[in-house]
Write a protein that binds this ligand. Structure first.
Ligand code: FAD
Length: 432
């Protein structure tokens, strides 16, 4: 169920492992009409999450997952090359920066952990190089890793759909799953007919808590808001921003940006809208409500783009888990129904691994994916409503005030620092 990256990578991995399988993917809209077709296109590994991974799963598994997440990036590139998918994929790395002195040093403990595990490929760049290669004088520090890049998200997911069909996977779009009747076989109910299935994979991401309230407290839906400018290739090239590098700052409500091959700037920001009771609100499918904040961010990063037209803004729901990492498992102890979600804004490369985990669970394999801690369900709960939403609002306000004060070089208030720590304890709210 669900024709985003998770559903399609799972179907493709299953077909590769067992070509004789009869696989059907259904999506309530089009394949890619969820997060997979509208994300920021920053193709990142889990290396920035190394400390969380090590705390939760131990050093060996953390190293394995970081390495696998880096390989996934190259595997996605190879998949696109093999199947002639022009998803504008450019592996020009990631620059992880600080935009004020309070953010400086954020990466130091992560890099030292990665070095201990012998898997570090981050290097610190000089300030001059950071500012020159990021297209913005606003950065005050930066670390670069080559194992990353960017992609046009919708072209990737539509290309995956085409390849899936060419391999004999049946895809029904505009076919919402109403419910799944548990049993052997399980029966997927839709308005247009039923599907009898030995195994069911639930890959419906933000819509999962509505359908399955037992998972409602394991994630919180939060928006990522994005703008894209008209093509301004000469301006971006002059400023040094003319490759596929992703740039991410060290705020909790992170800014992320990249250029596109036709010379547009795409800039996004996490942590604006929190969904009460995880309802997928219509605003998640509309132009961003936070255009003023996006414009302000663009003006502060790229003063030379002041006269440039913003062509579109949009938003989407990110499925934030308590750990900042996705989780996979069997639904309600049903051996033949598996699910995966919780990518927390880091899902393009990671959903490739999700496909490995879910296909391994479906086939009852005993391998590093079914043995991984990621395949043992969620690891924590958010408070029940209305406390979750009220808490999220309080923490959001505190983080905004804290980060604005830090931008202005002022010491944030004690209470704001304490509230912000609640979010920091579970990792950044997006991309890192
Ligand atoms: C605005 C935004 C920016 C992001 N930026 C980045 C980024 O730069 N880098 C990064 O790595 N990650 C990013 N992410 C996260 C990433 O996009 C997701 O983690 C990833 O796309 C999740 O893929 P998925 O297949 O699990 O979910 P989705 O792509 O959401 O797919 C779920 C699918 O299920 C379908 N569906 C829902 N209900 C039903 C039903 N009842 N029946 C049938 N089908 C149903 C939906 O239509 C949808 O197509 C971003 C997310 C958002 C929202």
């Amino acid at each position: 169920m669900g024709g985003g990256y998770t559903g399609l990578w799972t179907a493709l991995a299953l077909k590769q492992k067992q070509p004789e399988l009869d696989i059907v993917v259904i999506d309530k809209g089009l394949c890619g009409s969820g997060a997979s077709g509208r994300n920021g296109g920053c193709l990142l590994s889990w290396s920035t999450k190394y400390l969380s991974l090590r705390r939760l799963y131990g050093e060996a598994e953390a190293c394995r997952l970081v390495r696998a997440s880096e390989q996934a990036i190259y595997q996605i590139r190879d998949f696109c090359l093999e199947h002639d998918i022009d998803a504008q994929l450019r592996l020009d790395g990631i620059l992880y920066t600080a935009t004020n002195p309070a953010q400086s040093g954020y990466m130091d403990p992560v890099i030292s952990g990665l070095m201990d595990g012998n898997i570090n490929n981050w290097e610190r760049w000089s300030l001059e190089k950071v500012q020159k290669d990021s297209g913005s004088p606003r950065h005050v520090q930066g670390y670069f890793s080559p194992a990353a890049g960017s992609v046009q998200p919708a072209l990737l997911v539509r290309g995956m759909k085409r390849v899936a069909q060419s391999k004999g996977i049946t895809i029904y779009e505009n076919t919402p799953m109403d419910s799944v009747r548990e049993g052997k076989p399980a029966v997927v109910k839709t308005q247009l007919g039923d599907i009898s299935a030995k195994k069911v994979v639930l890959a419906i991401n933000a819509w999962m808590p509505q359908k399955y309230p037992s998972l409602n407290r394991n994630i919180i839906l939060v928006s990522s808001d994005i703008l894209i400018t008209e093509p301004v290739p000469a301006l971006l090239a002059d400023a040094g921003l003319n490759d596929g590098k992703a740039v991410v700052d060290s705020r909790l409500f992170v800014h992320y940006y990249r250029s596109t091959p036709d010379g547009r700037l795409m800039l996004g920001k996490g942590g604006n809208m929190f969904a009460f009771n995880n309802r997928v609100h219509p605003a998640f499918d509309q132009p961003s409500r936070y255009q003023a904040q996006l414009r302000h961010a663009m003006a502060s990063f790229f003063p030379y783009l002041n006269n440039c037209r913003i062509e579109r803004t949009w938003t989407g729901a990110s499925d934030r888990s308590t750990t900042g990492l996705p989780f996979f498992g069997h639904l309600n102890q049903q051996h033949n129904i598996v699910y995966g979600l919780g990518y927390s804004g880091n899902g393009i490369g990671q959903s490739y691994l999700g496909g490995q985990i879910l296909s391994s669970l479906v086939l009852d394999l005993d391998n590093e994916w079914t043995r991984s801690g990621l395949a043992r369900g969620p690891l924590g709960k958010f408070p029940p409503e209305p406390i979750r939403w009220l808490g999220a609002m309080a923490v959001r306000g505190a983080i905004r005030r804290k980060e604005n004060a830090e931008d202005d070089g002022i010491k944030p208030r004690w209470i704001d620092r304490q509230l912000a720590k609640l979010a920091a304890a579970t990792g950044k709210l997006d991309k890192g």
